[in-house]
Design a binder for this molecule. Structure first.
Ligand code: BES
Ligand code: MN
Ligand code: ZN
Length: 489
């Protein structure tokens, strides 16, 4: 039985273990007791596994970590990976264990002996998450991975649980691909086309072009894109799997396909990383894909503002004043604080059109959130404790780092403008909070709202527990769980 995550589940078969080529993985709990499959491996390799399980080296392993017994006597395998994992592991440990094996795989075939371990579906999921690679622009498709088999006492049951996880994996991978794509490939047109293609999955996808946005009065968003050759767009994706008249949850994403800073040009060092500045939109797209694939019984609308922030003779200048769809005017002090200008209009449009039950925006909004929280946790800002706590709980159970940050009127004075209703930057102090306060002005009273500043977590320069270096897909799992917990009928 093969799941869409490319892993085959097979029944326990003691006779197959000796002849398995490539790598064989076994799981041993903290107490060092060997299960039936591990005992078989131990017998084949003349007690080496048992000796290792009793050693200090094994005791030093953290849950989910592994050490290899290379070229074990009595087996065909090139190595046995001994993974420390309890029989009833936490979700986090089980996923980590799977990811550990994916990291060690290289090109080899892998036989994973999960037996009766309760974490089996999460082991498979963790493996799939970490096995992701972005090879779209490699001429030589090097390192094709070998086959992955999971040997389990109840393979049908494990596969049945791992199956729905394929929808999650596909959503995460969709987000990662979008975030990893360079900006000459993922233009606003290309991004919109990839979203339009999701109509095949039953999503309703609409693309609003610049003329439409002008008619709607989205002067803040249009100002950001006006220096680029790529046309600005707003894409609306609807999934109506819930009750007919239930107000939807709205997900709003910052989709700056490249952020050069505009006339307030960024320094050259690291500017290439700003291909990821559409990360918020990427997560919204990934969640919508997962919801459609698993036919979620919820009404969710995803809206993304797609623009490119470039300097040119047509670009917006520092000092320009733009009028948002809401009607408020904004003095653009720094053209590099563009994400909030995009979100201001998309947030307002989402509320005006859908009267949503809640709004969650995601954006790679500020460098300041990286100073505050590093690459471990996203910044969470909210005007609604109940929704916020539900999100934090979902993020906790999906092991995606999230930390609530404060909002408060006292921060508003930083946004006072001489010439307009507000300015778009509040200076260096509390840069992530003043950015959130700016967004809050475009959230209607009584509308439950969460702002997720994902600048530190959307893309990382070192691998994380479940992702290789590059795009992580942070947020897809948490938002899907929040929707399942709170919005599904
Ligand atoms: N896209 C950036 C924020 C960012 C920085 C994302 C690093 C990922 C990694 C955003 O548009 C930006 O430039 N923010 C400015 C705001 C400032 C001008 C008020 C920043 O954080 O420096
Ligand atoms: Mn910027
Ligand atoms: Zn930006």
């Amino acid at each position: 039985m093969t799941t869409p995550i490319g892993i085959t589940f097979v029944e326990n078969d003691l006779d197959a273990i000796a002849g398995a080529t490539g790598r064989v993985a076994v799981f041993v709990g903290a107490e060092g007791k060997l299960d039936q499959l591990a005992r078989r491996v131990n017998r084949l390799c003349k007690g080496a596994l048992g000796r290792f399980a009793a050693s200090e080296a094994f005791a030093d392993l953290k849950p989910g970590e592994a050490a290899a017994l290379a070229c074990p006597a009595g087996m065909e395998a090139e190595a046995v990976d001994v993974v420390r994992l309890d029989r009833k592991p936490t979700r986090e440990d089980a996923r980590k264990a799977g990811a550990t094996l994916a990291r060690r795989q290289g090109k080899a075939d892998v036989l994973i002996l999960v037996g009766a371990n309760a974490g089996a579906p999460d082991i498979a999921f963790g493996f799939a998450m970490r096995a992701y690679e972005f090879t779209a622009h490699k001429t030589e498709k090097a390192n094709p991975r070998g086959a992955v088999r999971v040997m389990a006492s109840t393979p049908e049951q494990v596969a049945a649980k791992a199956g729905p996880m394929a929808a999650l994996a596909e959503g995460v991978f969709f987000t990662r691909d979008l975030v990893n794509e360079p900006a000459n490939v993922l233009t606003t047109d290309d991004f919109a086309a990839r979203l339009a293609a999701m109509q095949e999955l039953g999503l309703d996808v609409e693309i609003l072009e610049e003329d439409d946005l002008r008619k709607l009065g989205m002067g803040a968003l249009l100002g950001v894109g006006q220096g680029s050759e790529s046309p600005s767009k707003v894409v609306v994706m609807q999934w109506n799997g819930g009750k007919k008249n239930d107000a939807p949850l709205a997900l709003v994403g910052k989709g700056v396909c490249f952020d050069s800073g505009g006339i307030s040009l960024k320094p050259a060092l690291g500017m290439e990383e700003m291909t990821m500045d559409m990360g918020g939109a990427g997560v919204v797209a990934g969640v919508m894909r997962t919801l459609a694939l698993r036919k979620a019984r919820a009404n969710v609308v995803g809206l993304v503002g797609l623009v490119e922030n470039m300097p040119s003779g047509k670009a917006q200048r520092p000092g320009d004043v733009v009028r948002s769809m809401k009607g408020d005017t904004i003095e653009v002090i720094n053209t590099d604080a563009e994400g909030r200008l995009v979100l201001a209009d998309v947030l307002w449009y989402a509320q005006e059109r859908f009267n949503p039950a809640g709004v969650i925006d995601l954006a790679t909004l500020t460098g300041a959130i990286i100073i505050g929280l590093g690459h471990e946790k996203a910044g969470v800002f909210s005007n609604d404790d109940a929704l916020c706590n539900a999100f934090l709980k979902a993020a906790g159970s999906e092991c995606e780092g999230a930390w609530r940050m404060p909002l408060g009127e006292a921060y508003d004075k930083a946004l006072k403008s001489q010439v307009a209703d507000m300015k778009n930057t509040g200076g260096r102090p509390a840069g992530s909070i003043t950015a959130a306060q700016f967004l809050k002005r475009f959230v209607k009273d009584g509308c439950a709202w969460i702002h997720l500043d994902i600048a530190g977590v959307a893309r990382v320069n070192e691998e994380t527990a479940l992702a290789p270096k590059g795009a992580t897909g942070w947020g897809v799992l948490s938002l899907d769980r929040l929707i399942a917990d709170r919005f599904e009928v």
